[in-house]
Design a protein around this ligand. Structure first.
Ligand code: NAD
Length: 358
């Protein structure tokens, strides 16, 4: 192990852990995965054996008090993973956690406070911000905004129609099962949300929080000023359109689950004199990144032009893991920090308040 390797623990050995994060962290040279915590003991043992991880615990509290561990990855049920992250942060461990950070603003604020108390740092796994194609689009977008060459932004939109999110996954990665049933987990929904809307609320936020977070990244909402302009969702609380105001730009999130065979998502930013667009890859395809299309309207005697660019291939989930490790060592801020994520949590509460007219 190189001297400077991050000494990592990981909590939760479910699908995302086994198919994405544990293999990724194990493959990175500047990381040493030393411990797992999984409430279903047999599952933790199987996964640890497969990746030669020396310590296996049943509870995250044991990782929180393990002096060999400096940082922890967490993926567990929606509400529970925020509580786990909060305990770890308060104990002084740096945390990389899956989205959602929390399902209520109250809990999200408490998590961010725990990081301050523990003098620790939190990154949330909004992997779309690390897709090299989205990063390339943002570079072009920032250039166009600065130069003003294509005029002002008229509209930004993200079209997220779902499909098969595991299309393209590597079938050779082993998937261990447990003989124990998964334990029940808490629901920390906002107190004001009527009980019958909890399911649709969780369903909406767990998916389209990614899309909202990506639009905020592209449109530079670092100060967290984004607001909800209008919400047009069907009675399922999910299908339709949400309009945000992000720094004065109208940003539309188009949401639905369709039976598309792969992953149906693109993001487009329209200027007066052109547009920029990324097409998301199949999410679990390890060699792909989003493709970028650039259209410039005719100008100064030049004809209209449509070009396609490819960023270096790079799996967004692998890139986010690299970013976490690099920022821990460099002290640079995370591109998707806990503080930044407070805005996402506030927005999904606001979206549902608007939807329900509350
Ligand atoms: N970024 C993405 O694209 C993406 C995709 C899918 C899921 N996710 C997120 O990842 C998280 C996990 O999803 P999943 O599909 O892996 O779920 P999962 O149910 O397969 O895995 C969760 C694991 O956590 C374990 N667990 C439960 N309570 C625990 C505790 N107290 N201590 C330790 N372990 C505990 C369970 O036994 C289970 O093995 C979810 O919050 C989800 O939002 C993100």
């Amino acid at each position: 192990m190189p001297d400077n390797s991050v000494r990592l623990g990981y909590v939760g050995c479910g699908f995302v852990a086994q198919r994405i994060h544990i293999p990724n962290f194990c493959a990175l040279p500047d990381c040493h995965l030393l411990a797992l915590a999984e409430v279903r003991g047999d599952l933790g043992q199987h996964v640890a054996r497969h990746y030669a991880i020396p310590k296996v615990y049943r509870s995250h509290e044991e990782i929180a008090t393990d002096p060999d561990i400096e940082a922890v990855g967490v993926s567990a049920p929606y509400s529970l993973q925020g509580r786990i992250a909060e305990d770890l942060l308060r104990a002084g461990k740096h945390v990389f956690m899956e989205k959602p950070m929390a399902v209520s603003l109250e809990r999200a604020e408490s998590i961010v406070r725990a990081a301050h108390e523990g003098n620790s740092r939190l990154m949330v796994g909004y992997m779309k911000r690390y897709d090299p194609g989205n990063v390339l689009l943002k570079q072009h977008l920032s250039g166009w905004r600065q130069s003003g060459a294509c005029g002002r932004i008229v509209l930004a939109r993200n079209h997220g129609f779902g499909g098969n999110w595991v299309y393209g996954q590597d079938p050779n990665i082993p998937f261990e099962q447990s003989s124990e049933p998964a334990p029940p987990s808490p629901e920390d929904c906002p107190a004001w949300l009527p009980e019958k809307w909890r399911g649709p609320y969780l369903n909406y936020l767990q998916q389209w929080t990614h899309n909202i977070n990506l639009l905020r990244f592209l449109l530079d909402d670092a100060s967290g000023q984004a607001k909800v302009a209008s919400v047009l969702l069907d009675g399922d609380g999910m299908t339709g359109m949400t309009v945000l105001d992000i720094g004065g730009v109208r940003a539309v999130v188009e949401s639905a689950y369709t039976r598309f065979h792969a992953w149906e998502e693109h993001t487009q930013v329209y200027f007066e004199g052109g547009w920029l667009r990324t097409q998301a890859p199949a999410l679990m395809h390890k060699e792909s990144s989003a493709t970028v299309e650039i259209y410039r309207a005719a100008s100064g005697g030049d004809p209209p032009r449509l070009t396609q660019e490819y960023a270096a291939p790079g799996w967004s989930y692998r890139e986010e893991a690299k970013h976490f490790l690099a920022c821990l060592r460099s002290g640079q801020p995370f591109r998707s920090s806990g503080e930044d994520t407070l805005t996402d949590v506030r927005l999904y509460e606001d979206i549902y308040r608007a939807f329900l007219g509350m």
